[in-house]
Every structure is written in structure tokens, then in C-alpha cells.
Design a protein around this ligand. Structure first.
Ligand code: NAD
Length: 367
């Protein structure tokens, strides 16, 4: 019997609520499909600060290092917002985790079911069939990490700050490969987003991507777009894209734009894949909802667990190679929301809504 070994880091506010629903779904499919789960739950974020003095306690990092994947909730909230920026739960937990596991590829499906178009700020006639795209963001390079990065005082007393955007060919090629593999499993269409009309890094990005696809994936339809245009096109006609991929800062912005046009954060999952392989020879990854800890609804049992459940499905697909089981969970979520019309408040549009656990029950019933 296959045993899936993963670390569970629920985090803060709604994190533990939606995580408990996702674990129930995983326990259910494990029993059905005949595999075993081996997971331990550990503090991270604000819970890490409160119980261990830091957002990523050593014991939590060690647990992650001994696992084949990390199922992450979300961290942060008003309780810790007075801490210095470097000690804030999100920055002090997620950045070191990304670094420790070289999580270089953030994959965010932008899926809006046709029945949920009301949740999108876009006009319904622009997205009659909903939205179905994937945004892939390079996560460990670019201007967020390049050196020098500093604020200095000039001779005239004025302050000056500098950030450095830097990319190597190898960093561009490995994210291009993730985009290519993703595009092959979908419509075979991939758009690389850059700012090659202005930035040196983008000139290298475009040349590297063009050469890499010509050599390794000539059958895929590759296009290029400047980031300012991509931001407009996403809002104008998102389904013109299938897979889009880009560098770190552009991806930060575009993936959040995609999340908002896809409606509720409660439905948006993500995967961050590392350079290393896990004990099963699959990519080590961290899987988490795209949204935050939703302090405004925490403790009421009304958070939408779908993003966490769909993140667990991505974990089964990428880190454990259980594609069919992942697809089964995705179908169960879709049916609960679109056929059974079981919906939490964020996607109920004024109609009667259910709580977190009832939503999870409906998904489990569909399994
Ligand atoms: P948020 O994503 O937590 O909430 C934005 C809105 O979306 C809120 O109205 C919230 O109720 C709603 N929402 C989010 N998830 C939902 C769900 N599952 N079901 C129903 N509604 C949901 O963003 P915010 O309020 O800006 O941030 C709150 C905290 O979360 C902050 O401390 C922020 O730093 C943190 N945060 C953490 C992560 C992470 O852990 N990766 C990501 C983003 C924000």
C-alpha cells in the first residue's frame, strides 16, 4: 500500500478550519483508493510566533524536511501586524520555506465554473463559459531576491533605494519547462510574458524562452506578450490565454489579477514546486490556497474549504503522481458547487449558504 508522507501546516485564523475539511477529504479518498496517509500537523506563521517564538519554528522546518510535500493553510492577521516587517508571519514563514526547498515554480489554476460567473467582476457576456487558464510564476529569482538591495544616504542627505532584477539562463529554462509540461497537458498553447522592450532581463528571458521551446517543445504554440498588455488582455478576454508564464514580480501581480477575475479567493488553489525531488522521485511541493487567513470570517465556521481541498488535489497530482485521484476530487468539488448547488457564503450570491463542514460533507458525498 502506498503511503503519502506530508507535513500539514494549517497556520492562522481560517487556516485550521479549512485544513480540517481538506484532511477529511484526503482521509476519505485514501480509504476509497487504498493508500495510506502519514502526516503530522505543525505550527507556522502567527501560531509559530505564539507557541515557539518564530514564524517558522525549527521543529516545523524539520518536519517539512522529512516529508514528501507540504500542505499549507495561510498565515498572518491583525494579531501580529504590529511586528517589524521582517518578523511578520507571511514574510517570516513563506520566504524561508521557499528558500529552504527552492520552490521556484508557482502554478495557479485560474478556474471559474460557468455557473459562478456572477462571482467575477468581469461582465458575464465576456466569460460565457467561465474561465479556464493557468498562470505560472517564477518564484525564487528576479527583483525580489537580486543583490544589491539596499537603502543608502547620499552625500546631499537624500535617501536612495535600489533593488536589482537578475535572471540566469538556467532559471529561465527551468520555469519554461514547467510551462511547457503544463501546456502539453492542456491545449498546447503557452504565452510568455516579459518587458523585453525595456528590461535587459526580459531581453534574455525572451531569447532563452524562444530558443528553449524551439529546441525542446517545437510542437507547442508559443507566443510572447509585454506585461502591460498582458494585464489589459487578462481583464479584456482572459480565455485568449491557456497557460501564461512570467518572472517573479510580473507573476505576483498578474496571478493576483487572475485570482480576482476568477471570483472568490475561496476557490483558488496553488502549487509551488521545488527544484528537488521527494522520496518518490516526484517534485517536492508546497500546496496552499491563494487567499489569506480571512480574519473577517474566522471562527464562524463559514470559510469556503474548496481552495484548500483543491490544493490537496494538486499535491496528489504533482508530488504523489496520483493524477486520477486528483481529478476525482476536482470533479467532486465542481459537482458540489455547480450541480448540487451547495455553496458557502462567498459564492452563494445572497442565496442560502452552508458552512465549511457541510461544504466538505457535500464534496465527500460526491466522491
Ligand atoms: P484574505 O485573502 O485573507 O481575504 C480577502 C477577502 O477574501 C476577505 O473578505 C475574506 O473573507 C475572503 N476570503 C478569503 N479566503 C476565503 C475563503 N476561504 N472563504 C471565504 N472567503 C474568503 O486577504 P487579507 O484580508 O488581505 O489578508 C488577511 C491576512 O492574510 C493578512 O495578514 C495577510 O498578510 C495574510 N495573507 C496570507 C497569505 C498566505 O498565507 N499565503 C496570503 C495572502 C494574505
Amino acid at each position: 500500500m502506498q503511503t503519502l508522507k506530508f507535513a500539514v501546516l494549517p497556520g492562522d485564523y481560517i487556516g485550521p478550519e479549512v485544513m480540517s475539511a481538506a484532511l477529511r477529504v484526503l482521509e476519505h479518498v485514501a480509504k476509497q483508493e487504498g493508500f495510506a496517509l502519514s502526516y503530522q500537523i505543525a505550527d507556522v506563521g502567527g501560531a509559530g510566533i505564539d507557541n515557539h517564538g518564530k514564524a517558522l519554528p525549527d521543529s516545523t522546518l524539520e518536519l517539512c524536511q522529512s516529508a514528501d510535500a507540504i500542505l499549507f493553510g495561510s498565515v498572518g492577521g491583525p494579531k501580529w501586524e504590529k511586528l517589524p516587517p521582517k518578523e511578520q508571519p507571511e514574510r517570516a514563514a513563506l520566504l524561508p520555506l521557499r528558500k529552504a526547498f527552492s520552490l521556484f515554480a508557482n502554478i495557479r489554476p485560474g478556474l471559474l465554473y460557468p455557473d459562478l460567473t456572477d462571482a467575477s467582476p468581469l461582465k458575464a457576456e465576456r466569460i460565457p463559459n467561465g474561465i479556464d487558464i493557468v498562470c505560472i510564476r517564477e518564484l525564487t529569482g528576479g527583483i525580489y531576491f537580486g543583490q544589491p538591495k539596499a537603502t543608502t544616504t547620499l552625500e546631499n542627505g537624500e535617501q536612495q533605494a535600489v533593488d536589482t532584477m537578475v535572471y540566469k539562463t538556467s532559471e529561465i529554462e527551468r520555469i519554461a519547462e514547467v510551462a511547457a509540461v503544463t501546456a502539453k497537458a492542456r491545449g498546447g498553447k503557452v504565452c510568455s510574458v516579459d518587458k523585453a522592450n525595456v528590461l535587459e532581463t526580459s531581453v534574455l528571458w525572451r531569447k532563452t524562452v524562444t530558443d528553449y521551446f524551439a529546441k525542446n517543445h517545437p510542437e507547442l504554440a508559443l507566443s510572447h506578450m509585454y506585461v502591460d498588455n498582458a494585464a489589459m488582455q487578462l481583464a479584456r478576454d482572459p480565455n485568449q490565454f491557456d497557460v501564461l508564464f512570467t518572472e517573479n514580480m510580473f507573476g505576483d501581480i498578474l496571478s493576483d489579477e487572475m485570482a480576482v477575475i476568477c471570483g472568490s479567493l475561496g476557490m483558488m488553489c496553488s502549487a509551488s514546486l521545488g527544484t528537488g525531488q521527494n522520496g518518490l522521485g516526484k517534485p517536492f511541493g508546497l500546496y496552499e490556497p491563494a487567499g489569506g487567513t480571512a480574519p473577517d470570517i474566522a471562527g464562524k465556521g463559514i470559510a469556503n474549504p474548496c481552495a484548500q481541498i483543491l490544493s490537496a488535489a494538486l499535491m496528489l497530482r504533482y508530488s504523489f503522481g496520483l493524477d486520477a485521484v486528483a481529478a476525482k476530487i476536482e470533479a467532486a468539488v465542481r459537482k458540489a458547487v455547480t450541480v448540487d448547488l451547495v455553496r458557502t457564503g462567498d459564492i452563494a450570491f445572497g442565496k442560502p449558504s452552508v458552512g465549511t463542514e457541510t461544504m466538505a460533507d457535500a464534496i465527500i458525498k460526491n466522491l
